[in-house]
Design a protein around this ligand. Structure first.
Ligand code: FMN
Ligand code: MN
Length: 513
């Protein structure tokens, strides 16, 4: 069942014991991070902070008009009075396998991998009836996929324009002590290709510069950036909507490495098995999900840049401040009693680890379409995903591991992977004990490595140059006779004979062990 809206999702989490409400007054400046970080590291629940208070946002530029709503002065710090925010803050709503699965309207997110696998299966069914059945199955799966346009919606119950716009009234988190300011951390950034009109939705963090201006952190390899450059080539601004909330599947769609040109809202409709309902924004020509909590409408001038960051990032380090585009806000719309959705990133493991795990599992069938020898893949959360990949393959020929490394370095988001380790199909790449054993046992560093170069995450601080760096692949498979100069017989892995295992299985209960 798809969620009606974000608060419906929160209700479901609560009914399943997956969400805790916090009534204690807490500040969006660092305190929510410290609490959420402890809970995330401990594998704890989603949190709904209902009493968010604190000093006014400290912005990168002087901000004389700090927002004070409500009348209670709960904090009277030395930094200029206190603010009681009207919106509760939800965080860690996807921070476990169970909650990430609930966010994707299923019992376990592997189910969506199976659905995609079934759709992509190249075999034609045998016989007329089977063909018709398969046709109906495929149509059934895709029936609810396209978004539907509606008039108005929940997300426009309140509309603020002109002088009424004041983003400092939102409990935007200042996440870490050295951050350049408050950052919107779960933004769904909606734009349209200025040439084709095609929609894009990406999750690109948004820094609050002042009450009507934000930083737009789309990186050089991302679609939002490309659309802005295309708008610039036509001498136009790019219209943008930053959406918060709605069905949590939108978060997944926004970070998903979809094939170029596939609409994130179409994909979201497929996952939730119900069309996404889109409504026209009030001041820009952008369609936004009607079920959103909050929508920030505006435009980016492709010629303008402003210092953005630093930001305590998913790399576990602060990414340095840099010049990034600027979002000028033309309207803010929201539902009544809107909840503010947030996350934090930092040293792993964090909530985004589960978002990434779901991407890894759901997209494996699509990767297998191009690289069918891949059996399984593990992008370990400890390596913040794109730094490291453990891949098992059905090895058939000499050099096969190198083919797979090269394929990974040529595939969408996987191309950013710095370290690729390739194993035989009998290695469980989800088991780090086994992975380390195989690396040590089967890889000769002098012979079984391949150095390469290519694009890396723009946030990678270790690379020689921003966005471009070195790569290394490790062939940890059994070597074939003569492969890569290997001229001795390859030894066998030690395992017990099956009949002995069966005899011991039978006597096991009697052994009292
Ligand atoms: C919590 C979170 C924050 C992210 N922040 C950014 C960001 O600030 N800038 C960016 O370019 N990508 C960021 N990403 C990654 C993009 O959302 C991701 O690469 C997405 O697939 C890009 O979509 P696109 O191909 O439509 O550009 C973030 C991902 C997550 C999970
Ligand atoms: Mn995209």
């Amino acid at each position: 069942m798809a969620y009606r809206d974000y608060q419906h999702f929160l209700d479901v989490l609560e009914s399943k014991g997956e969400l805790k409400r916090v009534q204690e007054p807490v500040s969006p400046q660092l305190e929510i991070t410290e609490i959420a970080d402890r809970v995330m590291k401990a594998g704890g629940p989603a949190l709904l902070f209902e009493n968010v208070v604190g000093a006014p946002h400290r912005l990168g530029t002087p901000n004389p008009l700090s927002a004070v709503i409500g009348n209670g002065s709960i904090y009277s710090g030395s930094n200029g009075g206190s603010t009681r925010y009207a919106h509760p803050v939800a965080i860690n709503t996807m921070g476990s396998r169970r909650r990430m699965s609930l966010a994707l309207s299923c019992d376990d997110f592997e189910e969506h991998a199976e659905r995609i696998d079934a759709l992509l299966k190249p075999e034609l069914p045998k016989g007329k009836i089977a063909t018709i059945q398969k046709g109906f199955e495929v149509l059934g799966e895709l029936r609810h996929t396209p978004p539907r346009e509606v008039n108005g919606g929940l997300c426009q119950q309140i509309v603020m324009q002109g002088d009424d716009i004041d983003l400092t009234k939102l409990p935007i988190l200042t996440c870490w002590p050295e951050d350049g300011g408050p950052f919107v951390t779960l933004p769904l950034v909606f734009t349209h290709d200025p040439n084709t009109g095609k929609r894009n939705v990406g999750m690109y963090r948004v820094q609050l510069h002042d009450k009507r201006t934000c930083g737009m952190h789309w990186q050089i390899h991302k679609t939002g950036m490309r659309q802005m450059e295309d708008a610039g080539a036509k001498g136009k601004n790019l219209e943008v909507c930053v959406v918060l909330g709605g069905d949590p599947v939108y978060n997944f769609a926004a970070i998903a490495p979809l094939p170029p040109g596939i609409d994130e809202m179409l994909f979201a409709g497929f996952i939730r098995r119900e069309s996404v309902r889109l409504t026209k924004a009030k001041t820009v020509d952008v369609m936004v999900p009607a079920d959103a909590e909050i929508v920030i409408e505006g435009y980016v001038d492709p010629t303008e840049r402003r210092l953005e960051g630093p930001f305590g990032d998913h790399t576990g380090y602060y990414s340095l401040a840099g010049d990034f585009p600027v979002l000028h806000v033309t309207a803010v719309t929201m539902r009544e009693k809107a909840v503010y959705p947030a996350t934090i990133v930092g040293q792993p493991p964090m909530e985004d680890g589960w978002m990434g795990k779901a991407v890894e599992r759901v997209f494996l069938p699509m990767i297998r379409l191009s690289v069918p020898e891949i059996v399984d893949m593990n992008l370990p959360v400890e390596a913040t995903f794109h730094n490291m990949a453990f891949v098992s393959i059905k090895k058939k020929f000499a050099g096969h591991a190198y083919k797979v490394m090269s394929a990974i370095w040529g595939l969408g988001g996987l191309a950013f992977t710095k370290f690729v380790f390739v194993f035989d199909e009998d290695c469980d790449v989800q088991n780090l004990q086994e992975v380390i054993f195989r690396i040590g046992a089967n890889c000769d560093p002098g012979r079984d490595t391949l150095m390469s170069k290519g694009p890396v995450d723009q946030l990678d601080h270790a690379s020689q140059q921003e966005g471009f760096g070195g790569k290394i692949g490790f062939d940890c498979t059994h070597k074939l006779p003569g492969e890569n100069g290997f001229d001795r017989p390859y030894p066998k892995l030690i395992t017990m004979a099956d009949d002995v295992k069966r005899r011991v299985d039978a006597m096991w209960p009697r052994l009292g062990l």
